[in-house]
Ligand binder design. Structure first.
Ligand code: ADE
Length: 247
């Protein structure tokens, strides 16, 4: 996969993309990421990339032309056909489904804006779509770009040592993950549920599924709406509801 990020702070991205699963995927050639700074594409000697907003108000707005040129350079470095995605709180919510969609593409360009954002004519001229990582405002798109890249790269074939671990992640199945336990078998807060030590793999799988459903229902019931659950899942949920009603 060939990705690129347009950012005024390449050092933030370079540091974070060099470690962990993403760093290994880069070293193994599964993932490349070019970084383009709009500052290198400014039109004046002072390398200006922002200016005051028309109409007044606080903050600065990133100018369209240095961003457009940086995107053109990023496409040359990655793929001429790569979709251009602007990171902004006004974008569509980034979720696991969006990560899976991006992981199936050959590449994309992410644009991390700073200050009050980018001149709207940049978005209108070269941006294919906008993504938000949540309903809060970051000081810049870089942490959002890193969240998107991390979620996508771990889905690339071979990026995670044991592919079962991404298949079982929270949200892989649009459910929250079940609890995990490791040694010691007993600590000051007790012991893991018996079934996990039983060696009965079918019973363990049933327990994990039930816990995932129960957690999702308690913490994020919205995830259970609008989805087709298997009959076994519906039966587990019905049982959970019954127990809750009796409690
Ligand atoms: N830039 C600033 N805040 C953001 C957010 N929530 N998502 C994506 N990009 C952003």
């Amino acid at each position: 996969m060939k990705a690129a990020v347009v950012s005024l702070f390449p050092e933030i991205l370079e540091a974070a993309l060099g470690v962990g699963i993403v760093g290994r995927a880069k070293r193994e050639g599964r993932f490349q990421c070019a970084i383009e700074s709009p500052r290198d594409h400014a039109e004046d000697a002072r390398r200006t990339i922002d200016d005051r907003p028309f109409g007044g108000g606080p903050g600065m707005v990133m100018m369209a032309e240095p961003l457009r040129r940086a995107v053109a350079a990023a496409k040359t470095a990655t793929l001429p056909t790569a979709p251009v995605i602007l990171l902004t709180p006004q974008g569509e919510r980034f979720d696991q489904r969006a990560a899976l969609r991006l992981a199936r593409t050959p590449g994309f360009v992410l644009v991390a804006a700073r200050y009050e954002g980018a001149d709207e004519r940049f978005a209108q001229s070269v941006v294919d779509y906008e993504l938000s990582v949540g309903d809060y405002v970051l000081s810049g798109g870089e942490p959002a770009a890193l969240a998107v890249l991390d979620a996508v790269v771990r889905l690339l074939p071979g990026a995670v040592g044991n592919p079962a671990s991404t298949a079982e992640d929270s949200f892989a199945d649009a459910l929250l993950d079940h609890p995990h336990y490791t040694r010691p078998e007993r600590d000051s807060h007790g012991a893991p549920p018996h079934v996990l030590l039983s060696g009965d793999h079918a019973a363990i799988a049933r327990w994990r599924r039930r816990e995932a459903l129960a957690r999702t229902w308690r913490r994020r019931p919205d995830l259970l709406l609008d989805r087709d659950l298997a009959a076994t899942d519906r039966a587990m949920l019905a049982d959970l509801f019954r127990q809750a009603a009796l409690a």
